[in-house]
Design a protein around this ligand. Structure first.
Ligand SMILES: [Zn+2]
Ligand SMILES: [Zn+2]
Length: 181
């Protein structure tokens, strides 16, 4: 396996010198596919000492594509963690999704409008626009109201509910029923 003439000419066009090209080959990078093993720009500079970082970036972009650049910044990881899924049809929402937008797949509001157990403001999203409280599911709304009446701090209510096991929730439900009765 060796670089083709075309590949060598491309590397030189990207700004590598013939000497650097030879260093690259001496290090064991002898075909375009070997750049995938190199992995990123910083490693390429280590393999070819003295190689300009800008040239290295151009070479890596050509050899392994923009994918390596994106993985480097960790951007893709952040995006997938922040992904919003439609609560009606489960479709993943576009990157520029903003709270309140309609789902492109089913046309309903991707996040349901909720009303706040703390200040009664209603709106979509994970947090109340009125007071910043973290919303709980509609099913647990009454429990959140009860916790508020029992003196639990606003910022602790959603956390408290998430941390409860079934027995604790059942006990809370029976208190909530008494509150209504
Ligand atoms: Zn949908
Ligand atoms: Zn609120």
């Amino acid at each position: 396996m060796e670089f083709t003439l075309l590949e060598q000419n491309i590397l030189i066009a990207k700004g590598m010198t013939v000497e650097q090209l030879n260093q690259l080959k001496a290090a064991g990078v002898q075909a375009k596919g070997d750049f995938a093993t190199v992995g990123d720009t910083a490693t390429l500079v280590e393999v070819v000492p003295g190689l300009d970082a800008g040239v290295a970036a151009k070479v890596m972009e050509w050899a392994v594509g923009a994918k390596a650049g994106a993985a480097e910044t960790g951007k893709m990881v952040i995006d997938s963690a922040d992904a919003i899924y439609c609560s009606h049809c489960n479709a993943r929402q576009p990157k520029d999704y903003k709270t309140g937008d309609l789902c492109p797949a089913c046309g309903k509001q991707a996040e349901p409008v909720q009303s706040c157990y703390w200040c009664s403001t209603s709106g979509p999203g994970k947090f109340c626009r009125g007071c910043g409280a973290e919303f709980v599911t509609l099913a647990e709304y009454d429990l959140a109201v009860l916790l508020k009446r029992e003196g639990v701090a606003k910022d602790d209510i959603a956390k408290r509910l998430r941390g409860m096991d079934k027995a604790e929730k059942d006990a809370l439900w029976s208190r909530a029923r008494r509150m209504h009765g």
